[in-house]
Design a protein around this ligand. Structure first.
Ligand code: AMP
Length: 399
């Protein structure tokens, strides 16, 4: 497999699939968080410093049908230029077509061309071969550095690789780092290994939980999925979130955990609300004695103490999904406590890997991103990789 470190881009044109799906201010359409742009810089800079030229392609948002100004990648140019002082950054207002091909051909070494949003064409997500072939036109090599879409067999992430030889396709530095961190967590983890799974639904996480059971020592369950387990075990859950059709599955997981000697920690107490609302009335109760008309929206203080202790005693920790409705201050304490405990145990030498949009948002909200070992850029992609699935975008290069 080709690697970006060993490849000389001198005199070559590289098309790079980046993840510039950045948040924009709704009124000014300016980039409000450029983490993803910064993430792509090492790859871009390597190509430029080798003397190559860079064609960047990405999606942005979810355009429904055709071009929409609010999803134009022209909005990222200013930020990109700030990070690439002295580099000529051009923009093509279409990701394919004759004009774009001319722009690609006229690129000189050290220049960057940003293509318009790939998802202005439905062929992108359909994995259309003709569309992928057009993207591949006029360049010499392909670099995939968008981990967040690596689990999709889209034209720019997977199908396009057909048009390059083994020698001329590779991962960028960001994907390399993602894979290295996840492989570290999965294969050379130190024990005790603890997985913390939260978020809304058990159905989204079932596969990854099942795959991890053979590797982990502890499983901490939080968030809305708590109540599917509690109900399955016969508890009173009031009007808490529950997937009635997953009760058997919850019991199956608990059985499988026992067979694998995995200790499962289900929250024992909760902060409840009378409504799903930031201003709701609250009370606390045991999770299996939730009063009628109330719903559990955060883990309680007893559970926080137990979870913190388990985290403190762990050497490898994987966290996906918040412990409660952390977007509302009244129900954020559990998630904040877990984020802080992870930062603390990282400083003592544990390996901590955080992934999934909402746990990443929770880590950022608490300004702890640089205090954990690694924050993955890909929520769905990370979960699928951890589930043991082959990601099409990874397989297309790794083989
Ligand atoms: P997920 O995308 O599955 O990781 O779920 C994240 C969402 O789960 C967040 O928006 C949280 O507000 C929500 N969530 C966390 N805990 C609960 C809970 N106890 N009840 C309902 N929603 C929750």
């Amino acid at each position: 497999m080709q690697t970006i470190d060993n490849y000389s881009f001198s005199g070559k044109k590289a098309i790079v699939r980046v993840d510039f799906n950045v948040p924009l201010n709704k009124e000014t359409l300016e980039v409000t968080d450029d983490t993803r742009i910064r993430g792509a810089l090492p790859t871009i800079k390597k190509i430029i410093s080798d003397g190559g030229s860079v064609v960047l392609m990405s999606h942005l948002g979810r355009p429904k049908e055709g071009p929409e100004d609010k999803f134009s990648l022209k909005h990222v140019i200013k930020q990109l230029k700030n990070h690439l002082q002295g580099v000529e950054v051009k923009f093509a207002d279409d990701c394919i077509g004759d004009n774009t091909l001319e722009l690609k051909k006229s690129l000189s070494g050290g220049e960057v061309l940003v293509l318009e949003n790939l998802r202005f064409y439905k062929e992108e997500t359909q994995g259309d071969e003709n569309f992928a072939a057009k993207l591949a036109e006029g360049v010499d090599c392909y670099v995939n550095d968008a981990f967040g879409t690596a689990h999709r067999a889209h034209a720019s992430t997977t199908i396009i690789t057909k048009y390059f030889t083994e020698h001329d396709k590779m991962f960028g530095f960001l994907i390399n780092k993602e894979l290295q961190m996840m492989d570290t967590a999965l294969n050379i983890s130190r024990n005790p290994f603890t997985a913390i799974m939260g978020g809304a639904k058990v159905s989204d996480k079932i596969q990854v939980i099942e795959n991890l059971l053979s590797r982990i020592d502890n499983l901490l369950i939080g968030g809305g999925m708590t109540y599917t387990f509690i109900k399955a075990l016969g508890g009173q859950i009031g009007k808490s979130l529950c997937e009635e059709d997953k009760l058997d599955l919850a019991l199956k997981i608990l059985k499988k955990a026992r067979e694998n000697n995995v200790k499962v920690y289900i929250p024992t107490d909760a902060v409840n609300a009378d409504n799903f609302d930031a201003k709701a009335n609250t009370n606390t109760s045991k999770t299996d004695e939730t009063p009628d008309g109330w719903m559990g929206l955060d883990i309680g203080s007893e559970t926080i103490a137990i979870f913190t202790k388990v985290i403190n005693e762990s050497k490898t920790i994987l966290w996906n999904g918040p412990m409660g409705v952390f977007e509302m201050d009244k129900f954020a304490a559990g998630t904040t406590a877990v984020a802080k405990a992870l930062a603390e145990v990282t400083s003592e030498g544990a390996f901590t890997l955080i992934g999934g949009g909402d746990s990443v948002a929770a880590i950022n909200k608490n300004h702890l991103a640089d205090k954990v070992s690694y924050v993955s850029t890909g929520g769905g992609a990370m979960l699928e990789y951890m589930e043991g699935k082959e990601l099409p975008g990874i397989k297309a290069i790794r083989g």
